[in-house]
Design a protein around this ligand. Structure first.
Ligand code: FE2
Length: 380
């Protein structure tokens, strides 16, 4: 039996912050006691915060490691390891790695390139070797209006640790890209298009949508049920979008783009996920609803670091300070994402839960992480 005690800490429990100690036996929390004493053999946390390890439902961060610069491809195994260590350092102890499925069949076109299965093979293989520091699950992001979606989905089975499947449609003129001005700038930057190039690209995407949207949506909903994954919507924009998602069994709403959609998500009992970078930057990079506004109206349940892992704790603390309730901010990156994805073994500092923990202090409102543990073992 190995016992570790973190004493003299500000422990962030589900609904409050208490000064006290957390006891861990064999990687599981055995007790949470109040007080400032530091028993012999205990680690003195010097009044730092101890939060549950963060749970991240949607991160694109692996893509940045796979392609650290435009047209530079990094070896996949090395990319997964670098990503894993970065998450550990950011206090993320459970991650759903977002992998896009659905690619452009004709690779002479500038479209989505297939990568999900090979990347997942590397993640799963490293998991089997116990080479990863944090707990990984696969989040298949189904890009509905693509040629190869269905065949790519069926390269994955229920043995592949799939926790989440999301339904995405990034066709211009709607959802994330209702405002096509921002999309034009993005496409010009990404592909070096002129105006005619942008027009041709948008026309092609609209053609793909008319070919595939309905049948691929139905196929993906059926697939998620088959593999037992939680189903998420993505960028729902209108109350009708949300009603359709709810009918299909969606329980998690990623990044609703308007207050109207978020209000409908609440009415349908969906968990509302917003991007932590949106909180840090004070708005959406695609010109959509600001996460702060949703939070002020009680319409933000879960934060996701999206493309910046370190934003997760930072945004949770910022929201907590705004609400004058740190525990409420931290809940959005721990207990609530645990509930949304069906974990009852983590996400809270309470007896019986995994000792996935983050120690940090605050400096001018910025959280500085000093150490991170997964099942009681230090990982960063
Ligand atoms: Fe999106």
């Amino acid at each position: 039996m190995t016992e570790t005690v973190f004493a003299n800490a500000k422990i962030i429990t589900e609904d409050s912050v208490v000064q006290g100690m957390v006891k861990i036996v064999d990687g599981i929390i055995s007790a949470v006691d109040t007080g400032t004493s530091v028993p012999s053999g205990a680690i003195d946390c010097e009044s730092d915060y101890i939060a549950p390890g963060l749970i991240e439902l949607h991160t694109d961060n692996l893509e940045r490691h796979l392609s650290p610069r435009p047209r530079v491809n990094w070896p996949k195994r090395a990319a997964v390891l670098g990503h894993d260590r970065e998450l550990a350092g950011a206090g993320i102890t459970t991650v759903f790695d977002a992998l896009r499925v659905g690619s452009e069949a004709d690779q002479k076109r500038k479209g989505y390139v297939k990568y999900a299965r090979e990347t997942a093979d590397n993640i799963l293989d490293l998991m089997r070797q116990s080479a990863l520091k944090v707990s990984h699950y696969i989040h298949l992001r189904a890009e509905l209006c693509t040629d190869t979606l269905v065949e790519e989905l069926h390269e994955f089975s229920s043995n592949d640790h799939i926790g989440l499947v999301s339904l995405m449609d990034h066709t211009p003129g709607q959802r994330q890209f209702r405002d096509t001005a921002k999309l034009r700038v993005y496409l010009m930057g990404k592909h070096g298009y002129d105006d005619a190039g942008v027009e041709a690209h948008i026309a092609r995407l609209k053609e793909l949508q008319s070919l595939y949207l309905e049948k691929h949506r139905a196929a993906t909903v059926a697939y998620a049920k088959e593999v037992g994954a939680v189903l998420a919507s993505h960028d729902d924009t209108t109350a009708d979008d949300v009603s359709a998602s709810a009918r299909e069994g969606v329980t998690v709403a990623e990044f609703p783009t308007t207050s109207e959609a978020a209000t409908a998500c609440r009415a349908h009992g969906q968990y509302i996920v917003m991007g932590a970078p949106n909180i840090i930057r004070g708005g959406s990079h695609s010109g959509n609803v600001a996460a702060h506004d949703l939070a002020n109206n009680g319409l933000l349940d879960i934060l996701s670091s999206d493309y910046v892992p370190a934003s997760l704790l930072n945004a949770a603390v910022s929201l907590g300070m705004l609400m004058e309730d740190i525990a409420a901010g931290i809940r959005k990156v721990t207990a609530v994402p645990a509930d949304a994805t069906g974990f009852d073994d983590r996400g809270r500092i309470a007896p019986g839960k995994r000792a996935d923990l983050v120690r940090f202090s605050l400096h001018d409102g910025l959280p500085m992480i000093s150490s991170v543990w997964v099942r009681g073992t230090r990982v960063s």
